[in-house]
Design a protein around this ligand. Structure first.
Ligand code: FES
Ligand code: FE2
Length: 487
């Protein structure tokens, strides 16, 4: 199965690598200086024991995640551009929690618990703009700053009105980064700045993410656990079987995966493009690689390279140049200093638990995952962010679209070529969820390198669950069968 060309490392688990150039080697021969962030790579062996598959299927484990992880982690709620005027708001729902994330008169952003302080009615069910938040049931009303503005028959509630702590809508923590609004339901949470430190450092050094606007945003319900869905977008290992149409120009098995011990909530995956897959035994000519990529790609208008590619050509240079020209025209920008890596490669960051922005130049995809109504479903959001046009005028964000379980991503207009690739991914997911319930498969087996980031996410989930249990005076033995085994 393996070939002698693969690199076994020293024999320690996690050190073996595919043959073919590493991502760092590809960057060594980049025709431009590569951003410092892309040179910052790090791998940590996270273990190889099977995980309990109940982590994906059990309502009891989902309840532990809901109680101890989702309420204690930073999650992306919306884009800043979604709430530009006072009172404009987005309703962010996660599991049984709901927040109203809204712009204040002074330009700041607050996130209020979306539940009436009378008998609990959800105050807002839709995004929009209001002058105040009025409960539809008996009419208790709060200003956009969260202070009580009106209470019909207030003579009947002196026990409430005399206590200011009982009249203001409780708030969640809020942070903004790169045009996104993050929330955390835990008032004592770690600051976003340290929680996301590697993400913040890399993007501020190397990627212009501030000057983007939402060119596309859709959310789809998917028939699998949120982790099954997220994991399908977190490794390049599945390319050979799921997306074989791209292997002539995709360095899939030689992708790079990073985990940084000093910023454990941030991981990264880089898939080098414009090189052939290590899975293809025979060496393709540069002409074949370039033609295959051009035939697939929508990034140049021509559809194929239309050029004679010399046998000693650097395919990354050639394709990056073609893309660079196309992107310069589209963006009306000078990209002559932008590295081939930023033009070509899939650079996908992940912020625990479920936020994943692509880095690079031009348009960027961003993913988010949330649990569904049962462990067997979830919600996945996809944003496409585009650079703000040269005239500096920020276009209005594209309308938000919701897709039901049975709808295809192709139903979302403007998703373009990507919808086909997404549908290939989506076809696997219900099968994974069904297979996990088979008694013949006892646990989930992750690769030591390519799937180490997946294991890292599971270990962090356990960290939050164990901290929560300790806070509540509950015993670890209650959850032991679910936990990621040591080793
Ligand atoms: S439940 Fe909201 S005013 Fe009564
Ligand atoms: Fe995929």
């Amino acid at each position: 199965m393996t070939t002698i060309e693969n690199r076994p490392g020293s024999g320690k688990p996690g050190e073996a690598r595919s043959h073919g150039p590493s991502v760092q080697q590809m960057m060594d021969s980049d025709t431009r200086p590569v951003p410092v962030a892309l040179r910052d790579h790090s791998y940590v062996y996270t273990g190889s024991a099977d995980l309990s598959k109940t982590r994906y299927t059990s309502p009891a484990f989902a309840a532990l995640e809901n109680e101890y992880m989702w309420k204690y982690t930073w999650q992306v709620a919306c884009r800043e551009e979604d709430i530009t005027k006072p009172g404009e708001h987005v309703v962010y729902d996660v599991v049984d929690e709901s927040l109203i994330v809204t712009r204040q008169a002074d330009g700041s952003i607050k996130a209020f618990h979306n539940a009436c302080l009378h008998r609990g009615t959800k105050l807002r069910t839709d995004n929009g703009r209001v002058a105040s938040f009025r409960c539809p049931f008996h009419g208790w009303t709060w200003g956009v700053d969260g202070s009580l503005a009106d209470m019909p028959c207030d003579w009947d509630f002196p026990h409430v009105t005399e206590d200011p702590a009982r009249t203001c809508l409780p708030e969640a923590r809020v942070a903004t980064w790169a045009g996104f609004v993050f929330v955390n339901l835990d008032p004592n949470c770690e600051p976003f700045e340290t929680y996301a430190s590697k993400l913040i450092e890399h993007f501020s050094n190397s990627f212009d993410f501030e000057n983007r606007y939402t060119a596309f945003h859709a959310m789809k319900e998917v028939a699998c656990n949120w982790k099954v869905c997220m994991e399908a977008f977190s490794e390049g290992y599945h390319v050979i079987a799921t997306h074989p149409q791209i292997i002539e120009f995709t360095g899939d098995a030689n992708s790079e995966y990073s985990i940084w011990p000093d910023s454990p909530y941030v991981t990264r995956f880089i898939n080098g493009f414009a090189v052939q897959s290590p899975h293809i035994k025979d060496k393709l000519s540069p002409q074949q690689v370039v033609d295959a990529y051009m035939a697939f790609s929508a990034r140049t208008p021509r559809g194929d390279s239309g050029m004679k590619v010399p046998d000693d050509a650097n395919t990354r240079e050639i394709i990056a140049d073609l893309f660079r020209q196309g992107m310069e025209a589209g963006m009306n920008a000078d990209l002559s200093k932008v590295s081939d890596a930023e033009i070509l490669d899939a650079i996908l960051y992940h912020l625990f638990p479920a936020f994943a922005p692509w880095a690079g130049i031009g348009q960027s995809l961003v993913y988010r995952w949330r649990p569904g109504r049962t462990p067997d479903t979830c919600y996945m959001d996809v944003w496409r962010l585009a650079p703000i046009p040269k005239d500096g005028k920020r276009p209005a964000p594209a309308p938000y679209r919701e897709l039901r379980l049975e709808q295809s991503w192709k139903a979302a207009e403007d998703m373009g070529l990507l919808a086909d690739v997404f549908e290939q991914d989506m076809e696997n997911l219900p099968k994974v969820q069904m297979g996990l319930k088979s008694t013949g498969k006892k646990g989930v087996s992750f690769g030591n390198y390519q799937e180490a980031r997946l294991r890292q996410v599971h270990k962090l989930i356990d960290k939050f669950i164990l901290e929560g249990l300790a806070r509540d005076g509950r015993s670890r033995s209650e959850v032991e069968p679910f936990l990621v085994p040591e080793g």
